[in-house]
Design a protein. Structure first.
Length: 489
């Protein structure tokens, strides 16, 4: 009998299940049912997983002819292990032992660590000590949990990553099936009031959202996840994200909440006072750490300011939709608010530059490390963070220009300078790209000139493979690399 989750799958997904006859396994010597897949990234994650590199979790159709199976030069030293996907090939369950299943689950840590260091290298390494328990440690602490919705969400992401790494579409198909299983499991969790706001439920939702950002099964699927995550976080409240794994989830996902708010034409939840207080509490905790640095405090204050940008965009678009007389009466106060926000971000931009210079001076003395951070991760983090600040300043400048035409010359000159640190795809859009709908249908200001056009840079057309550092750029720029806000006149 098929597992309950497959009853809710689409016809396409059920076909994938039937076609794949998928198994979850590690490389198995002397077996014609499995082929190996060496992962070159295993060595670099040994310290994170605290286990020796032994192999990678793979999917292999059972009907693959033995003549087409690849033999690994390392098979003689790989463990003997197999684990069937939940509900598939139930007639072969006699091959599984409990030890095998637990061992397969324990390897999830290693595979997930590979994925994290590929997708979030700079952000993960520069925030790993700013949370009580990081994502890799949390996954490792749950080894043996086997087939929960969270496990399937993780496996969906790591399998899609492996498929991109080895250019094997079978992994992509299997990842989609796992994504569907996790999604159905999450729906069941959310229907249970005792579990709907748990760490497990939120971690599953965030993992699924990240999968959608990277794989774009539908153009707006990740925004649907974002709306659900916003509701979950509101119900949990800020204090649920101050301690434990809750903080790790918040630290990584809050940046995508800024992107989602801009694309949805809404204010960001995190601009509300209680969430601003949460960021200040996190900054205070970081300051008490023995390895703390001034740049972490500046970075937290910078995020606080950037989380307010979607609200300013919404207010200006509403203002532009008003009749001229009413607009004239409301515009001066709003213009002052936006100018104040821009001044605050300019100050943070300068402070962060000074803080980074101080850290780099310490790096030169230590010849390669600041505490636990190698040069490459810190430099990457700081460059992307500055890019996020500059992107936000460009948005605020466009809001000011929409309200005050007299500042055009100054603003255009400043935007050219700020855009030097922003990729062309973000800062130099082509006019014809705006022929398709760019903003929410009910958003104010849609048909008036001047108007603010908002376009997502997270789409099937712009997506990059899961092996890229696209997620690192999105979260480290505080969501700014995922959206473009342009003034149309």
């Amino acid at each position: 009998m098929p597992p309950p989750m497959t009853l809710f799958c689409s016809k396409r997904d059920r076909a994938l299940v039937r076609r794949s006859s998928t198994v979850l396994a590690l490389q198995r010597p002397q077996s014609t049912l499995y082929r190996s897949c060496d992962d070159p990234g295993v060595q670099r994650t040994a310290s994170l997983a605290e286990t020796p590199p032994v192999g990678i979790l793979v999917f292999v159709p059972l009907d693959t002819p033995p003549s087409q199976q690849t033999q690994s030069p390392h098979q003689d030293r790989l463990p003997h292990l197999q684990c069937l996907a939940n509900g598939l090939l139930s007639d072969r369950r006699d091959r599984i032992t409990l030890i095998d299943a637990v061992a397969a689950s324990s390897q999830q840590t290693e595979v997930f660590a590979n994925y994290v260091l590929a997708a979030f290298p700079c952000y993960f390494m520069c925030t790993v000590n700013r949370v009580p328990i990081n994502w890799v440690a949390y996954v490792h602490s749950r080894r043996g949990s086997l087939n929960t919705p969270f496990d399937w969400a993780l496996r969906a992401s790591t399998t899609a990553y492996t498929g991109a790494l080895h250019n094997d579409p079978r992994y992509t198909d299997a990842a989609r099936v796992m994504y569907t299983w996790s999604l159905r499991g999450l729906a069941a969790m959310l229907s249970d009031t005792s579990r709907a706001t748990s760490d497990e439920a939120l971690a599953t939702a965030i993992s699924l959202a990240c999968f959608e950002v990277q794989n774009c099964t539908n153009p707006d699927s990740w925004l649907r996840h974002a709306a659900g995550i916003k509701t979950m976080m509101r119900l949990r409240g800020p204090q649920a994200h101050l301690h434990g794994f809750g903080r790790a989830m918040y630290i990584v996902y809050r940046n995508l909440m800024v992107t989602a708010a801009l694309l949805s034409g809404e204010e960001c939840l995190l601009q509300e006072p209680e969430w601003q207080d949460l960021n200040r509490q996190i900054a205070a905790d970081n300051a008490r750490r023995p390895d703390s640095s001034a740049y972490t405090d500046v970075a937290e204050r910078g995020f606080n300011e950037i989380s307010k940008v979607p609200g300013y965009v919404k207010r200006v678009r509403e203002l532009l939709a008003l009749p001229s007389k009413k607009r004239a009466s409301l515009q001066p106060a709003l213009l002052r608010d936006v100018l104040a926000a821009r001044a605050a971000l300019r100050g943070i931009h300068t402070e962060f530059g000074v803080a980074v210079s101080m850290v780099r001076a310490g790096q030169n003395e230590q010849q390669g490390f600041i505490g636990p951070l190698p040069f490459v991760f810190f430099d990457g983090f700081s460059c992307l963070y500055v890019r996020g600040i500059r992107s936000a300043l460009v948005i605020l400048n466009n809001l000011i220009l929409a309200m005050d035409e007299k500042q055009r010359t100054t603003i255009e000159a400043e935007n050219r300078t700020l855009s030097d640190g922003i990729p062309d795809v973000v800062s130099e859009p082509k006019r014809e790209e705006y022929e398709s709908p760019l903003t929410p249908p009910k958003s104010p200001g849609r048909s008036r000139k001047p108007a603010l056009a908002i376009r997502s840079l997270i789409s099937p057309q712009t997506r990059e493979p899961p092996t890229s550092n696209m997620m690192d750029r999105l979260v480290t720029t505080m969501g700014m690399d995922g959206v473009r806000v342009t003034l149309l006149e």
